[in-house]
Design a protein around this ligand. Structure first.
Ligand SMILES: [Zn+2]
Length: 572
């Protein structure tokens, strides 16, 4: 299967087709008379198959022209080329963020971060919320994000008790770092008409006090989304403001050297309208990072009605796959496990029962969709592998779809072997190790099972193609930080502890996983992921070579410049 073919979303195809052609004109035409630029006197790492190293690189228009020695590249570039002296800086392919949430970043990115990275105690968080309330208009919602009780000591949730003290007459909405849970005050519950007598929605739960009245904790997107959507400012941002908000996300990405963002719940709010919004971001010419969209299964009906197909789009915005969520979050105790969590009876939650999952996976795999399946707990991963093996038995060539397991947090040796046989690529939320590692060890899994967390070393040794993500806004955007964590596996709360040291990998392997291999797993390897001649000129200039610094300082390396599609989009 190739994704260079044209595929259209049938409904409204006229308007979309126009943009597709405009986009493809920019992306694919060999730009006649385009400027040639030589970058020389540096460390150029094109991340080709052999991880070669060179001194220079030339681009022409939006494509890589040559890599090699200073002399060879200057010769290849010919007369009239613009010369940029790298002065020893390192050049890498633009980083790919293979799993993030565009709409959440766009809708909430501007709201106050009251999470533990900014506010380390419960009281500090309350104080920050009070400040947000003071700075919010009298008729506006009080909104914040990133609250994460499991990282607080002692662990404690926000309920109506605390939030009503901040405001009784204005609604409050605080989003959990995972995006799966929200905390609201009594005013929000009143507006949403959630009372003691309201039954829990299917697949979600309202937190309750002993007398059955709601305590303001809304577990599951299905529980909190209707409340979130009562806030007109957020809805406006999602509808009319999404293009500008998305361009802001692209700007943030560029500061980190990220030139491609994979949206792992594309269309979760507006289905087709969200895809059109991506196209508008590029049509206005200010979008600084490419988008690869994985369509959110929750909108399956709309996608079917629209006739969505994999591969739709162009090199700037492409529909790359289909996203399904099989369980919850491990640190939220909702990832589905083989054995109960330590000190609890619960094994977590299947968002989709395995039997239903089998049917969904078979249907979408038969249609040719590359599947990205969210599985955190080992039992969820078992169910995912079962469903893919079932589809394979029914005649689908699963290997050709390059399916991915998103997060893939707890992985046993037997599961690695099954991934290998199916050509399935793990995509790790590697910051789980750094920020949540101590919690995973002490409160979630215990010292033995935590050895199975984010097994970069093991999947690399087994020869799998795999990648790493931030799940932003779950953890902050940033690719150098991912490299640092994969190489050092040091803990935020215990700087001297290395979690599961056997799973550490080398710097080159970590770089490859978020460039070349991320491109392959996003069905874009013909366009991006390495700086080989003919590929798109997406690149990042770093002040230092990540291979030459102390691993824990890799995240401190300064991004000097970012280039996307042959144009500088960040830096001096
Ligand atoms: Zn996610």
């Amino acid at each position: 299967m190739t994704y260079d073919r044209r595929a259209f979303i049938r409904h409204g195809a006229g308007a979309l087709a126009g943009l597709w052609l405009a986009g493809s004109g920019r992306a694919f035409a060999q730009q006649a008379g385009a400027e040639t630029i030589v970058f020389r006197n540096g460390v150029v790492l094109p991340v080709d198959a052999g991880f070669s190293q060179h001194a220079a690189l030339a681009i022409r228009g939006n494509r890589v022209l040559a890599v090699g020695s200073n002399e060879a590249v200057v010769n290849a570039a010919g007369r009239g080329a613009r010369i940029i002296d790298l002065e020893g800086r390192t050049v890498l392919p633009g980083f790919i963020e293979p799993h993030m949430h565009f709409a959440l970043l766009a809708a909430f990115g501007h709201t106050e971060d009251v999470g533990p990275f900014k506010q380390p105690t419960f009281d500090a968080c309350l104080k920050a919320l009070r400040k947000v309330a003071d700075n919010t208009g009298a008729n506006d919602w009080i909104v914040a994000r990133q609250f994460d009780p499991v990282l607080l000591e002692p662990s404690r949730e926000l309920t109506t008790k605390e939030l009503d003290e901040i405001s009784r007459d204005r609604p409050i909405f605080v989003l959990n770092a995972s995006g799966h849970i929200a905390y609201v005050n009594s005013k929000s519950l009143e507006l949403a008409k959630i009372t003691k007598d309201t039954p829990d929605p299917k697949g979600a739960e309202y937190g309750r006090y002993e007398d059955g009245s709601p305590n303001g904790v809304l577990y599951g997107v299905i529980a909190h989304l209707p409340v979130m959507l009562l806030n007109e400012a957020i809805v406006t941002r999602m509808e009319t403001g999404i293009v500008d908000a998305g361009i802001e996300v692209g700007e943030q990405a560029a500061t980190h050297g990220i030139t491609t963002l994979c949206d792992m719940a594309a269309g979760a709010f507006g289905a087709e309208a969200d895809i059109e919004a991506f196209e508008k971001m590029f049509a206005v010419g200010r979008m600084k990072a490419r988008v690869r969209a994985y369509l959110f299964d929750g909108k399956a009906e709309e996608w079917d009605k629209a006739g969505a197909e994999p591969g739709y789009g162009d090199a700037f915005m492409r529909v790359s796959g289909w996203k399904m969520v099989v369980d919850g979050s491990n640190q939220g105790y909702t990832g589905r496990q083989r054995e109960p969590y330590i000190g609890r009876d619960s094994k977590g939650i299947f968002y989709v029962e395995p039997k239903v999952l089998n049917d969904h996976v078979l249907k979408r795999a038969k249609q040719g969709w590359p599947l990205a399946l969210h599985g955190n707990g080992d039992a969820a991963i078992d169910a995912i592998l079962d469903s893919l093996e079932n589809a394979q038995r029914q005649g689908v060539d699963i290997k050709s779809l390059r399916c991915r397991i998103e997060h893939c947090s707890i992985l046993h040796d037997d599961q690695i072997a099954r991934c290998k046989a199916l050509g399935v690529g793990p995509s790790f939320l590697i910051n789980h190790v750094h920020y949540w590692g101590h919690v995973m060890r002490d409160k979630v899994f215990g010292p033995k099972k935590v050895q199975l967390l984010d097994r970069c070393g093991a999947v690399e040794a087994a020869g799998l193609t795999w990648t790493m993500h931030t799940d932003a806004p779950v953890s902050p955007l940033g690719s150098l930080h991912k490299i640092r964590v994969a190489v050092a596996r040091d803990l935020w709360k215990e700087p001297e502890t290395v979690l599961a040291p056997q799973e550490r990998i080398g710097v080159e392997t970590a770089i490859r996983s978020i460039t070349r291999d991320a491109a392959w797993l996003s069905h874009s390897e013909n366009e991006i992921g390495s700086l080989e001649p003919g590929k798109l000129a997406d690149l990042v200039l770093l002040e230092s070579d990540p291979r030459k610094v102390e691993p824990r300082t890799i995240s401190d390396i300064k991004v000097s410049q970012t280039w996307m599609d042959g144009k500088q989009v960040y830096g001096d």
